[in-house]
Ligand binder design. Structure first.
Ligand SMILES: Cc1cc2nc3c(=O)[nH]c(=O)nc-3n(C[C@H](O)[C@H](O)[C@H](O)COP(=O)(O)O)c2cc1C
Length: 210
């Protein structure tokens, strides 16, 4: 069935430094989506006390679209993600990987999705990384691994979804990164609109995986 507007995008900032480079990049991605009439939210997970997956597998028993660990804020993030059409995950590069909060998010969002017949399938997923010098490719991959294992659709932009900077705000000097982020937002808007208009159901998984 054809979807009605507004489409929704959630951007999640994995840096504990609110207002820092990761957040600035995410805002650049959201700008064209807002202009296209999308309902956009930026959520801050960096710096929050969220734990990693406890591997209790209770999500497979309960199948209630929630993580069984209820003593932190993760389920608020999962709810927002599962309700969105597009999810943009932003991380600072920490020793060539994602921040600990983003790793916790990826593991718990991915497992709860799998336990509930694929809550992420068919959603658009985009990864963004802030970096001083090196290692962003690996952080970018870490996010995309979960997206791609969850049947999400990953759009590309004109170059890497990275922005360079060490101190807060320095990423604004990386003009190529800003152009890339703007283009990424426009591609997400285009793809989301196309998917919403497609009126074709997402393919069922192979019978053994249901
Ligand atoms: C714990 C830690 C590890 C870092 N590791 C790297 C790294 O491997 N490569 C790199 O280029 N920058 C590294 N950085 C720098 C950050 O990626 C960079 O400052 C980024 O812009 C921070 O984004 P933010 O402003 O959103 O916090 C590291 C910073 C911290 C605090």
């Amino acid at each position: 069935m054809k979807r009605q507007n507004p489409l929704t995008a959630i951007a999640i900032n994995g840096s504990p430094r609110a207002g820092g480079n990761t957040e600035l990049l995410l805002k650049k991605v959201l700008e064209p989506l807002e202009q296209a009439g999308w309902n956009c939210r930026l959520l801050q997970i960096g710096g929050r006390a969220v734990r990693g997956c406890s591997a209790c597998y209770q999500c497979f028993e309960r199948k209630n679209k929630r993580c069984a660990v209820e003593n932190d804020a993760m389920n608020d993030f999962l709810e927002a993600i599962y309700a969105a059409d597009a999810v943009i995950v932003g991380t600072p590069t920490y020793f060539a990987d994602v921040s600990a909060e983003i790793k916790a998010l990826l593991d718990r969002a991915g497992l709860v999705s799998t336990a509930n017949d694929g809550l992420l399938k068919g959603k658009i997923g985009a990864a963004v990384a802030a970096v001083r010098r090196g290692g962003a490719t690996h952080a970018f991959d870490s996010i995309n691994h979960m997206f791609l294992m969850s049947s999400m659709i990953v759009p590309g932009s004109i170059y890497w979804n990275f922005g360079k900077g060490l101190n807060k705000g320095e990423v604004l000097n990386d003009e190529e990164a800003l152009r890339n982020m703007n283009h990424l937002g426009r591609v997400i808007a285009w793809l989301g609109q196309a998917v919403a208009q497609a009126a074709v159901p997402f393919p069922e998984p192979p019978i053994d995986e249901r």
